[in-house]
Design a protein around this ligand. Structure first.
Ligand code: GAR
Length: 201
């Protein structure tokens, strides 16, 4: 069986690109990205999708409230018979309808070691806090902010002389490693959720 994937992205889409690559080069098997959806008309993620022959959809958030917007997303997900929804730099909270419809089938990437530094500008938050180790997290999406069960994490040391930019770049390198890995584990049916803990079957 092929797992049908939709990716929600608001920006440049480098994580989307690594997932596209990991499917195209056979690292992730039995999966295809059927649609890339964005809330930003000019998101480069949409162009990345088109470059690989993937359908892209811009859904304009300015014309409806959050609940109606989520219903629009759901319509697209149903239209493409999506099994797995990936958030890749998607800067809008998902509402309860989508989370319920896709319970334990939505993954997100966050650029910190959760539960530290939730929300926006996680790398800046970590840098300014002065932590010595930060990183990135792939987690299931639940109703809270960056609060769902954690699938994979990767540590990134904060080095002397780092700036927010150099730290952000090293975190992104790790994001590009663990997101395809998490997608592969999901597609292979290896993720077992027990309470907050995700085991590998
Ligand atoms: C990534 O660093 C991702 O972790 C972050 O946005 C960036 C998107 O980059 N996501 C969040 O902060 C979500 N809370 P990309 O568009 O190049 O994949």
């Amino acid at each position: 069986m092929v797992v049908k994937i939709a990716v929600l992205a608001s920006g440049r889409g480098s994580n989307l690109q690594t997932i596209i690559n990991s499917i195209e080069n056979g690292y992730v098997k039995n999966a295809e990205i059927n649609v890339v959806i964005s809330n930003k008309r000019d998101a480069y993620a949409l162009e990345r999708g088109r470059n690989h022959g993937i359908s892209t959809v811009f859904l304009d958030p300015s014309r409806c409230d959050n609940a109606k917007y989520d219903l629009k997303i759901l319509v697209v997900l149903k239209q493409y018979e999506i099994d797995l929804l990936l958030l890749a730099g998607y800067f809008q909270l998902l509402g309860p309808e989508i989370i319920e419809a896709y319970r334990n089938r939505i993954l997100n990437i966050h650029p910190s070691l959760l539960p530290s530094f939730k929300g926006l500008h996680a790398q800046k938050q970590a840098f300014e806090y002065g932590v010595k180790i930060t990183g990135c997290t792939i987690h299931f999406v639940d109703e809270g902010l960056d609060s769902g069960p954690i699938i994979l994490q990767s540590c990134v040391p904060v080095l002397q002389g780092d700036t927010e930019e150099t730290l952000t770049a090293r975190i992104l390198e790790q994001e590009h490693i663990i997101y395809p890995e998490a997608v592969k584990l999901f597609v292979e049916g290896k993720l077992k959720i027990e309470g907050r803990t995700v085991g590998f079957g």
